[in-house]
Write a new protein. Structure first.
Length: 178
């Protein structure tokens, strides 16, 4: 018997972009609103989670979106970016690196193993593309996510700034070798 959960590579279409914008806004708001000023959240969401912005991201040939559907409902996704410079010194080669730019799971799906399923698929994608390294950025105060990534073997290699509205925050840069 097969599971009703399906992980697929997103089509690069407007309807998918609209779904990603909606789920991205939902999950980002649920995860970070309590720890940030409402005006900073509103500015970030308005800039980053419009259907138009998501369509541009979908159409980037270096990007792959893994969509998690339970029956026909989108419940999570991962945005992967090949040849990422995250955590590299300027001028270093980016080839062979995959960045997990987003790994978002709907709040009612937290703790179900969906995040782990998306992570395993992201690692498979990295191997499919002969990547030697996976990197990601995570807010230093998002302890749940930091611990999740560490369980998969990610280790801190640096930090970088992340702008949320007018607030400059610190993200940890994590790396995992393959």
């Amino acid at each position: 018997m097969s599971s009703p959960l399906r992980i697929t590579v997103a089509k690069r279409t407007s309807p998918v972009a609209t779904q990603l914008a909606e789920l991205g806004r939902q999950t980002f708001q649920a995860t970070f609103a309590a720890d940030n000023r409402p005006e900073d959240m509103a500015a970030y969401l308005a800039e980053n989670f419009t259907p138009e912005k998501q369509l541009i991201e979908l159409q980037n040939p270096q990007a792959t979106f893994l969509l998690a559907h339970m029956q026909l409902e989108l419940v999570g996704y991962a945005k992967l970016l090949l040849n990422s410079a995250l955590g590299l010194e300027e001028g270093k080669p980016m080839a062979g690196r995959l960045e997990i730019e987003r790994l978002y799971v709907r709040e009612d799906w937290l703790g179900t193993g969906l995040g782990a399923t998306l992570m395993r698929r992201a690692i498979e994608e990295a191997r499919t593309h002969s990547c030697r390294t996976i990197v990601l950025g995570v807010w230093e105060h998002n302890r749940r996510a930091v611990e999740f990534y560490k369980r998969f073997g990610f280790r801190e290699i640096g930090r970088h700034e992340f702008q949320l509205g007018d607030d400059i925050q610190n993200d940890l840069i994590l790396r995992k070798g393959l």
